[in-house]
Ligand binder design. Structure first.
Ligand code: EPZ
Length: 422
């Protein structure tokens, strides 16, 4: 198993270029099921979850070729089966997004309980409620979930809570229904808007993606989308935000290029409230560590609120701010476990309940052995190790490679002392 060896305390400086968004690219791979012809996707991050999605689609009969350094051509017209591979599906959550397009096109799809990050139990009740309202039948059979629908129909579905992948998979299914589907209290992430924008350029009729109400005029079960241009994956706002937090802690002068600062408005205002000066350009950000930074409370929210995927990296930042901070993780249960490892590094943290913690700072951190529990906590450990004095070892690097392309190469380019060893 690969691991990272990190020696912390080095000041960082230079430029880092952000890759394509994992949570946009994965959904566009799934959306290829709706197309009659091959689609070309550019700026795809070369990360483990993309490789799993490629294997999953190829296992169903799709033909996928790499046409450039970060470009893929996906032909899903030849798909002949709709039972998702058990082992692969359990390794990443985005596999669930395939349910909608497969169900709409083939009338049946089966999958095991989807995998991915282990915080909370990751329920699928919203998938079931949404597809049942669109006329599908759901059952559990041989430890698998099965959805069946001869013809999906129009619906007016209100989310009990906004869900990103359920919004996406219902939106994809709705493209081939007979009738109109309205999704209310839907997730508003920019990756959803980008996904809908490409589908509309290929003949779909989706309005309101990126807002809380999305209306899809279905084209009918036998319709197919037709791509007439490649799709460009938007920059990964979570990768960009991770480097912005790292730069706030350790940089003498860090420039983050090929990003979309407008997708990180909440993080930027939190950093500025803590005393960090963030320079913002059209597609770049500049940051350096201030003399001191003051503590502040953090509450994660659905987009455009503070992203839950940056809660762990930001909590590392809070351990270095002066004063008392409260972290309130409102989106997921059990997404504070990683703080136990930060405490072992010297952080002063009280975990009050599965959603809330108190952090007192600043405290010096010292390096130690750690295991990445999931991709975002894994990156938070990398940040903590770079801040800490001494040597850290981070195991289970696969989890980090799920969401970050060649992260150690990018970090070395800005003077970080990190190496990957087998
Ligand atoms: C997506 O996960 C992202 N993953 C997550 O990023 C991200 O943390 C999350 O959205 C929130 O922004 C992908 O896009 C592949 P949710 P998703 O459904 O869709 C509850 C990463 O690091 N819920 O928006 O699975 C759920 O338990 C990953 O890239 C139900 O109750 O998250 C959570 O409390 C980690 N029933 C809340 O909704 C359901 O049927 C929001 O989760 C589905 C979800």
């Amino acid at each position: 198993m690969e691991k990272f060896i990190i020696h912390g305390g080095e000041p960082l400086a230079g430029e880092v270029t952000i890759g394509g968004a994992k949570n946009h690219a994965l959904k566009l791979f799934a959306a290829s099921v709706l197309f009659e012809d091959p689609i070309t996707i550019q700026n795809v991050p070369l990360i483990e979850d993309i490789f799993r999605m490629k294997e999953l689609l190829e296992g169903l009969g799709a033909k996928i070729t790499k046409t450039g350094q970060n470009d893929f051509c996906i032909d899903s017209s030849g798909i002949f089966r709709t039972d998702l591979d058990r082992e692969i599906t359990k390794r990443f959550r985005a596999s669930v997004v395939l349910v909608g397009p497969l169900l709409a096109r083939f009338g049946r799809v089966s999958l095991p309980h989807p995998g991915g990050c282990v915080f909370g139990e990751r329920p699928i009740d919203l998938f079931i409620a949404g597809f049942e309202q669109m006329g599908a039948q759901f059952k559990e059979k041989d430890d698998c979930y099965v959805f069946e629908a001869d013809n999906l129909r129009g619906a007016d579905f209100t989310f009990r809570i906004p869900s990103v992948t359920v919004t996406e998979t219902l939106m994809l299914a709705a493209v081939l229904t007979e009738g109109k589907v309205t999704l209310r209290n839907a997730a508003c992430e920019p990756e959803i808007e980008a996904l809908a924008h490409y589908l509309n350029s290929a003949g779909a009729k989706i309005r309101g993606a990126g807002t809380q109400t999305i209306v899809i005029e279905g084209l009918g079960k036998h319709a197919r989308l037709k791509s007439n241009k490649p799709s460009q994956i938007i920059p990964d706002r979570i990768e960009a935000g991770s480097f912005l937090i790292l730069g706030s802690l350790l940089a003498t002068d860090l420039r983050i290029k090929k990003c979309r600062p407008e997708h990180l408005a909440s993080l930027i205002v939190h950093l500025e409230a803590a005393g960090v000066n963030v320079e913002v350009g059209s597609d770049w950000m500049g940051v350096c560590r201030p003399e001191t930074f003051t503590s502040l409370d953090l509450k994660t929210r659905e987009y455009p609120g503070f992203p839950t995927d940056l809660q762990a990296p930001f909590s590392v930042f809070l351990t270095q701010t002066k004063g008392k901070s409260q972290v309130f993780e409102t989106v997921f249960d059990g997404r504070l476990e990683y703080m136990i490892d930060l405490k072992r590094m010297g952080a002063e943290i009280t975990i009050c309940d599965p959603h809330r913690a108190i952090i007192l700072g600043p405290t010096p951190l010292h390096g130690r052995e750690m295991e990445s529990p999931d991709l975002r906590a894994g990156l938070a450990f990398v940040i903590a190790a770079l801040v800490a004095k001494g040597r850290s070892t981070i195991h289970n690097v696969y989890q980090i490679d799920r969401g970050y392309e060649r992260i150690e190469e990018k970090l070395k380019q800005i003077n970080a002392n990190i190496k990957r060893v087998d």
